[in-house]
Design a protein. Sequence first.
Length: 186
Amino acid sequence: MFYRKLLFYPGFLLLVFAVALASCKSKTHDQSGQTGNDRRTKERALIEANRSALETEREMIEDYARRYHWNLQYASGVYFIRYRKGRGPEISEGDQVVYHYTLSLINGEEIAASEQSRPEVIRVAGGGSQVSGLHRGMTKLHGGDKAKLIVPSHLAYGIAGDQDKIPPKSTLIYDLEVLEVRKGGL
């Protein structure tokens, strides 16, 4: 009889509910069975590994520049050196750029180049491009410039590479000659 009265006592039900809630809250599990603390620990480790990889790549780029005695500039996540100043307009987002290029890996292996008789044409985009580093670097140049552009892997083809000539996590080096800048893509 005592237990039946206790079950209908509002304070007792509230106490049972609070204890049940506290025991559920002490360890939350995601669908894989990990606790929230395990997940946060793994996320922190992944963030630290990414930071370390970025720092290693930055040091590799700086060593490369020292080896060639380049005084690199850094802007928008890319490194560049202009070795011939052009007289054309500054390249902006939305412009169409006509250019020649040679593309190499940081180990010096040439992997692509424009044909001398047929330059490349791109519209400089603000984002969403597969090689956003090329677009970011272009906005630091002017028509007529010749420049080296070093694109870190995370702004190039990333951890997957291009599944063809560009290996995973590759730093890319563009040797560019900007032939023409068509403002607003005209």
